[in-house]
Design a protein around this ligand. Structure first.
Ligand code: GAL
Length: 839
């Protein structure tokens, strides 16, 4: 070998070495006590949960783009085992369950990914994500040191990890996945079950690590997560969270942006100001990863809602609403927050905070290093605003708020001051009225096909395998002709104890009553005097499951259905116990067996229409054909005149409807200041918990769409309408002199003058500002949609908006006295409230 060749080889070797070194630098994820380190760089990462099966693949690109525009770096999702493995070994990864497609869309958008494999996910998802068949694996016990369970969990986890590897989706392979998660909030369960729980935690961590994904694993709410797994926090606030080692970063896997809705419950809302406040409280103690749970909540299509009693809407008051529209002011307020945090990133990742007091209830957190200085000025007081001195300057801090100073001087953002507009959405009827046909779902009887019998009462899910919400329990009751009640008119009392979730009682084919439970107590009792005749009486009980439990210790052991006792009181013999006698069972409805929700199934029976159609009849199927309305606005069905049941469009289930379940409680006013909980700031009290049901645009054809409704209670289908969701009006609520991100741009471009904040208004594409409904510079009161003038009002408040905004898609007006015809009350600090109509 000549010297030249040797030199050449050496050179090639060097190149190879160098490139492998570069490779390992360019694609690696690790962490230290400050942050996740992606490609050698510590990052402050803002993340958001979007659960892929809760929207349609057609919606995904837009949702991801809106997340990116909202300033997110990472998309997070659970993996939904029961969607992917509907029967053992039979996998499904198509359509809404096309996980790889979802992750690749995130990658194409240039965002990172957090894959929470679970495979237990909680998530208000049916059975917490477990396939129901898992319950019947011999010897199984969920989420503990149990061999059959561990084997099944490992098999599914391996399946997902190997799929991700095959598609090169882990960051070390050039993909977007920088983190994974094993289990979900197992800590509290471990605490309850003790030693086997501890062993299971250790096993789960080791199993996950053994899969060599090349990226870190997290376990959320798991204080004893074994190294190198990172333990993370879930909750409304996270300012006291510390990981279990000083080598791990502070990560918040679930900052709840709102809360889920249950049928029968009011609809929760979390104010944007409090959400932003919670994020900054975490960032100012050195938190470096915040995930919004949910960023887009979406819809529990079909029978995917967990429970029991989780509503079909999983809107969650998230920054992107159920229908895929940005929710203002939450989305915009967080976008501005993310910009402000990013300005602080160099200081945040390189320094530890020093904390100093600025008053009784006020603090400064300062990050200072050679890479820069960032400060956070906090006022924890829930009612008073205050002026604090920091450096040589004074800063106004509203109650329950933090100001962000990316250079330790200029406030560019305050969590309680919205720069973003808010908006009011409208649901507007579209298309013509539906013309319905009906089909009666007859009360089942023990003589029907596909019934089977047993002496005694069976648990519901053991019988149905969750193939349907519905299970018929049928029995006969013989009444002798000499029974006393036949003469004295005292009807006997039928009492039925059920483990839930809802029950319709039929005596000789007639509805005798409807009962149902609620989320915190799914059990129910029916107790009514019933009409019985001489001879055989047919008692048919339709027991209805409303989503299987998704949370708790041993939630897999929860029961549903009529477990008894079932008694008849007031007979000559006293009380007759029906529990142990012969019962017949039938799984599902006749209409389900006939697939009435599909085009072919629905043409197999005779439907009734026009004046022959019964009115408000319980247990009825309805169908109609309709055309899709034009445009791109999201669509929904207004089901307010219906009771309870299921809805399908072109054979796809849009979920359970239950507008007949009215939201309990008192809603009252909502103040952003003060600790938030899911009991605070509720809406919809006294109204249906859910009135509108999302109809994905992509499920519709231009015409000939089949809509099928099964109604249990006897609602009136003529009141159902198709509606579109649009913006009614937009508002801005701006305080004079409030921090704005524009200040930063001015200062960094050498202009030291503070800018006046501006009110920005914009209507969505296709709409324009048609009218100024309200404008007041001074001391206006109220919130968007219900503003009113206060004790001080500039008489030219409307003029600037009339001039600059009407007829336009967007406009901005500076919030300064001179714009509104002079200062209406020089001694007060003023604000501007404006509401503009979009048409
Ligand atoms: C968490 C859980 C999530 C979800 C959330 C409530 O505790 O980890 O999966 O259930 O509560 O929406």
């Amino acid at each position: 070998m000549g010297f030249g060749v040797l030199r050449q080889n050496m050179f090639v070797l060097l190149l190879l070495l160098l490139s492998s070194w570069v490779c390992s630098v360019t694609s690696s994820v690790s962490y230290d006590n400050k942050a996740i380190i992606v490609n050698g760089q510590r990052r402050i990462l803002m993340s958001g949960s979007i659960h892929y099966p809760r929207s349609t693949p057609e919606m995904w690109p837009d949702l991801i783009q809106k997340a990116k525009d909202g300033g997110l770096d990472v998309i997070q999702t659970y993996v939904f085992w029961n969607g992917h493995e509907p029967s053992p070994g039979k996998y499904y990864f198509e359509d809404r369950y096309d996980l790889v497609r979802f992750i690749k869309l995130v990658q194409q958008a240039g965002l990172l990914f957090h894959l929470r494999i679970g495979p237990y996910v909680c998530a208000e998802w049916n059975y917490g994500g477990f396939p129901v068949w898992l319950k019947y694996v011999p010897g199984i016990e969920f989420r503990t040191d149990n061999e059959p369970f561990k084997a099944a969990m490992q098999k599914f986890t391996e399946k997902i990890v190997s799929m991700m590897k095959a598609e090169k989706l882990f960051q070390t392979q050039g993909g977007p996945i920088i983190l994974s998660q094993i289990e979900n909030e197992f800590g509290p369960v471990e605490w309850e079950i003790g030693a086997p729980g501890k062993a299971y935690t250790k096993w789960a961590a080791e199993m996950a690590i053994g899969l060599n994904t090349g990226v870190p694993w997290v376990m959320c709410k798991q204080d004893d997560a074994p190294d190198p797994v990172i333990n993370t926090w879930n909750g409304f606030y996270s300012e006291f969270f510390k990981p279990n080692s000083n080598k791990k970063p502070k990560m918040w896997t679930e900052n709840w942006t709102g809360w889920f809705t249950e049928f029968g419950g009011a609809v929760p809302q979390r104010p944007a100001e409090d959400l932003a406040f919670s994020v900054v409280r975490f960032i100012q103690i050195g938190g470096s990863f915040v995930n919004y749970y949910m960023y887009h909540g979406g819809t529990n299509f079909g029978r995917t809602a967990g429970g029991p009693f989780i509503a079909t809407s999983y809107d969650y008051d998230a920054p992107i609403d159920e229908f895929g529209l940005i929710r203002e002011p939450k989305w915009g307020h967080l976008r501005d927050l993310h910009k402000a945090i990013k300005l602080c990133e160099p200081a945040l990742v390189s320094a530890d905070p020093t904390v100093s007091s600025l008053g009784n209830n006020q603090e400064a957190h300062v990050f200072r290093s050679s890479s820069g200085c960032a400060a956070f000025l906090a006022n924890y007081d829930t009612s008073s605003s205050t002026k604090v001195t920091f450096g040589n300057q004074q800063y106004d801090l509203p109650p329950w708020s933090i100001s962000i100073l990316p250079d330790c001087k200029t406030a560019v953002y305050n969590t309680a001051r919205l720069g973003a507009q808010s908006s009011q959405k409208k649901m507007i009827p579209v298309g013509s009225a539906f013309s319905w046909q009906s089909f009666n779902e007859e009360t089942a009887s023990s003589e029907d096909d596909n019934t089977f019998s047993n002496n005694g009462l069976w648990e519901q899910v053991n019988v149905t395998g969750d193939a349907s919400d519905y299970l018929w329990y049928m029995t006969d009751v013989n009444i002798a002709s000499n029974e006393g009640f036949l003469k004295n008119g005292q009807d006997p009392l039928l009492t039925i104890w059920s483990a839930g979730h809802a029950l319709q009682v039929f005596i000789n084919g007639q509805l005798a009553g409807t009962v149902y439970g609620q989320l915190d107590n799914p059990k129910l009792t029916f107790s009514n005097n019933v009409k019985l005749r001489v001879g055989v009486n047919k008692i048919s009980l339709l027991s209805i499951a409303v989503g299987l439990p998704n949370v708790g210790t041993h939630f897999e052991k929860w029961n549903a259905g009529v477990l008894g006792p079932v008694t008849l009181k007031g007979l000559d013999e006293g009380t007759r116990d029906l529990s142990k006698q012969k019962w017949s069972y039938k799984i599902g409805l006749k209409g389900e067996a006939l697939s009435l929700h599909t085009v072919s199934g629905s043409s197999s029976v005779e439907w009734v229409q026009g004046s022959l159609m019964p009115k408000k009849q319980p247990m009825t199927w309805y169908k109609t054909i309709f055309s899709a309305p034009g445009g791109n606005d999201p669509l929904a069905l207004d089901m307010s005149t219906m009771g309870k049941g299921l809805v399908w469009i072109n054979g796809q289930s849009i979920g359970r409807h239950w507008p007949g379940y009215i939201a309990r409680g008192n809603c009252g006013a909502c103040n952003y200041a003060g600790t938030y909980s899911d009991k605070k700031c509720k809406t919809n009290c006294g109204e249906p918990s859910q009135r509108w049901y999302h109809v994905p645009r992509s499920w519709l054809n231009p015409s000939g769409n089949l809509l099928v409704v099964f109604e249990e209670w006897g609602g009136d289908p003529t009141g159902i309408s198709l509606v579109k969701r649009t913006t009614g009006s937009v508002c801005a609520d701006i305080f004079e002199g409030q921090p704005t991100l524009k200040n930063w741009r001015m200062i960094s471009s050498g202009n030291a003058n503070r800018l006046q904040p501006k009110a920005h208004l914009w209507c969505p594409p296709g709409q324009k500002i048609s009218q100024i409904k309200f404008a007041s510079y001074g001391l206006p009161q109220g919130t968007c949609g219900s503003f009113r003038e206060g004790s001080c009002h500039a008489h030219k408040s409307y003029d600037a908006f009339q001039r600059n905004c009407v007829g336009k898609e967007s406009c901005s007006v500076a919030v300064a006295s001179e714009v509104f015809g002079g200062d209406p009350c020089p001694d007060s600090s003023k604000k501007l409230s404006v509401e503009a109509v979009c048409s």
